[in-house]
Design a protein around this ligand. Sequence first.
Ligand SMILES: *Cc1c(COP(=O)(O)O)cnc(C)c1O
Length: 388
Amino acid sequence: MKYDFSDRINKLPPYLFLEIDKKKKEAIKKGVKIIDFGVGDPDLPTPEFIRNKMKHAVDDPDNHGYPFGEGLLEFREAVAVWYKHRFEVDLDPEKEIHSLIGSKEGIGHLPLAFVNPGDGVLCPEPGYPVYNGSTIIAGGEPIFMPLVEKNRFLPSLESITPEAAAKAVIMFINYPNNPTGACADRAFYEDVVAFAREHNIIVAHDAAYSELYYGESKPMSFLEVPGAKDVGIEFHSLSKTYNMTGWRIGWVCGNADIIKGLSKVKGNVDSGAFNAVQVAAVEALNGPGKYTNEIRSVFRQRRDIMVKGLKELNMNIVAPEATFYLWVRVPEKYTSVVFAAKLLDEAGIIASPGNGFGPSGEGYIRFSLTVDRDEINEALQRMSNLEW
Ligand SMILES: *Cc1c(COP(=O)(O)O)cnc(C)c1O
């Protein structure tokens, strides 16, 4: 028998970190102690108070049935309170908040609700690959918006052609940004709202890193800008904020009609997030701020050690104000892939080549600070023995 993948699956881009993965396995086989700055999965455990709540919630038979798609009311209410407190934005838990099985799930399903064959979706590049992949799976065409340093890694709305603007039905944006670590300001979000209104485009803001900030000013919600709720939604996740990547819980909030569309897709493909996980998520959202402060302070320390160390190695780097990523220019004579391979071959260090996130990422590598301080120091030590 021969089974052909669908055209849409064949159109998905290849996995660009394949070569690095292969080298990683070879190095491990040879007994090299790898230091892995590759994947963005926190190495820290979920805080104990959340785990304890989960243990109790698992024993409660009320939590054993199918969850409701939109999520427990208790969960949506906790999100509304958290949102008001954090962003001064009012959300109606009945219509403007919907649970997700991790924000990736919502991002992955959104285009299926709004994209017809031939429609365009504006996707940042370099960027989280799911925007592009979910667009293709829905039969749409990704229209890439380059994020470059001279524009502070914000997409240039003026550079979007009238044809592209007319074709686009969704615009994905993501701040604090993976992979660049950049943050957006109010003026940018205001421009996005005006652009979306003018061209009748849904804005889908991915705020997965809103709580991993290190500067004085906290990242804002896209929904803080007047008119944002008329044109858009915002994705949030407990994964990065509370070290809960494996738990699969997040939410989408904002425009009720857009959420209704996404909810229709979800109603046909999933049955919601495990109620016990939602109960634990409520505990997390209501929990004392000291845990998120602690998580931030761990990543801040790591960031400071790594930035200082890389500067001493003459690397061109700016400390990010948010996220646990360092977006570092590779020395000029190397491409991203060649430099990443050099780090792995000569120092047992894994970092992601920037072009894996899109062509504008060429010339950069991304370090994910999801390894502990000792390993960071060890990595800096190993790098100091390299020549570049
Ligand atoms: C990690 C990540 C997410 C997804 O998180 P979930 O675990 O699915 O909630 C979404 N967007 C970006 C940019 C991420 O890096």
